[in-house]
Design a protein around this ligand. Structure first.
Ligand code: KG4
Length: 339
């Protein structure tokens, strides 16, 4: 019998629903929220309200595009955390109610696990290259910067992570300092392609072990720009491509330095990239260069699976479904990983 999983994602500012049939993606609908742009960051209360408006149409559209009926669904998988509590509650509550009404199992999904397992989404019923276990994954997004050791679909060990800001958050904040739009990541990426990455130097952290820190870079960026603008009011406008390229190069170096150390220590050369910042061209190029130089086999996701989406939740739910790893209705959402 065919297995159809509905995945639901609402951990931050994207409302998304996807349908997977026997591990193959049938539909993936994402409603992004432009309401946050004028605030320069996600406003949690506005995100929850937008999820409330989007959730039913988005789920309906995912079912329609998959060309199935809701009665054919085998289970409902949903992001339980980590994320913004108000946002999560919309998806979690909807998923529980929907699964209960259809009398089918519900499956809780860890958002970070889902980002990594995005590498196992099949777009058609053909095998594409997927990372073999064990592999390492650099997960970089607006809320996370982690090096994860994946020993199986569900055995996930965080080897290193940021002790303060996430990489995406730091880039977004620096872009705000430059007076650019939100989210800053794609803007910095575009400007950086035309700039000199060696034009300016910003502070890099000295953290022992495999953890990251991005708050020092952010402060160094802010103070440098203040000083330069005090000397020349048009400094940012005149140098924006070089500033963006230098900022991006610093972030990429910080990320790759620790990743190289972990790969060496764990003797693993299958290395994947995931999360919103994995759309960054500088970071992607660094992955391809490392593949050549260090004989890594690298796995870089399709652009559509880098930012938050429900296809990754549905595929994670599919693997849990095969293990009959279901959850009960009393399981609450969680904003942070505590274990
Ligand atoms: O995974 P994601 O969609 O969700 C959250 O963690 O919220 O990641 C969003 C982050 C933002 O910080 C955004 O600026 C960053 O991913 N981002 C990028 C690029 N595209 C998105 N950062 C650098 N270069 C990009 N091309």
């Amino acid at each position: 019998m065919d297995t159809y999983i509905l995945g639901i994602e609402s951990s931050c500012d994207d409302t998304s629903a996807a349908i997977i049939k026997n591990g193959v993606l049938l539909s993936n609908v994402v409603a992004s929220q432009s309401v946050h742009e004028s605030y320069g960051g996600v406003v949690p209360e506005l995100a929850s309200r937008a999820h409330q408006q989007n959730i039913v149409p988005v789920v309906n559209e995912a079912i329609k595009r998959a060309n199935i009926t809701k009665e054919q669904l085998s289970a409902v998988a949903f992001t339980r955390g980590p994320g913004l509590m108000g946002s999560l509650l919309v998806g979690v509550s909807f998923a529980k109610g929907f699964a209960r009404a259809l009398n089918i199992p519900m499956i809780d999904v860890n958002h970070l696990n889902a980002h990594v397992l995005a590498h196992f989404i099949k777009d058609e019923d053909v095998d594409k290259q997927q990372p073999p276990f064990p592999f390492l994954c650099l997960l970089v997004s607006g809320g996370n910067s982690q090096i994860i050791l994946m020993e199986s679909y569900k055995e996930m060990k965080i080897v290193g992570q940021t002790i303060d800001d996430a990489a995406g958050e730091a880039i977004d904040k620096c872009s705000k300092v430059m007076g650019l739009g939100y989210p800053g990541g794609p803007i910095i990426d575009r400007l950086a392609r035309q700039g000199n990455p060696k034009a300016f130097t910003f502070n890099k952290p000295h953290i022992a072990g495999y953890n990251y820190s991005f708050s020092g870079l952010k402060t160094s960026f802010l103070y440098s720009l203040r000083k330069w603008v005090a000397e020349d009011a048009d400094f940012i406008e005149k140098n924006k491509t070089d500033i963006a390229a230098s900022l991006e190069a610093t972030v990429v170096e910080i990320l790759m330095d620790k990743l190289r150390k972990v790969a060496k220590a764990y003797k693993i050369n299958h290395i994947a990239l995931a999360g919103g910042v994995s759309a960054n061209n500088g970071l992607r190029n660094a992955f391809y260069e490392h593949a050549k130089k260090y004989k890594w086999t690298v796995y870089v996701p399709k652009f559509s699976y880098t930012t938050d989406n429900a296809a990754m939740v549905a595929i994670t739910g599919y693997f849990k479904y095969l293990d009959k790893d279901f959850c009960t209705i009393d399981l609450p959402a969680y904003s942070r990983v505590t274990n």
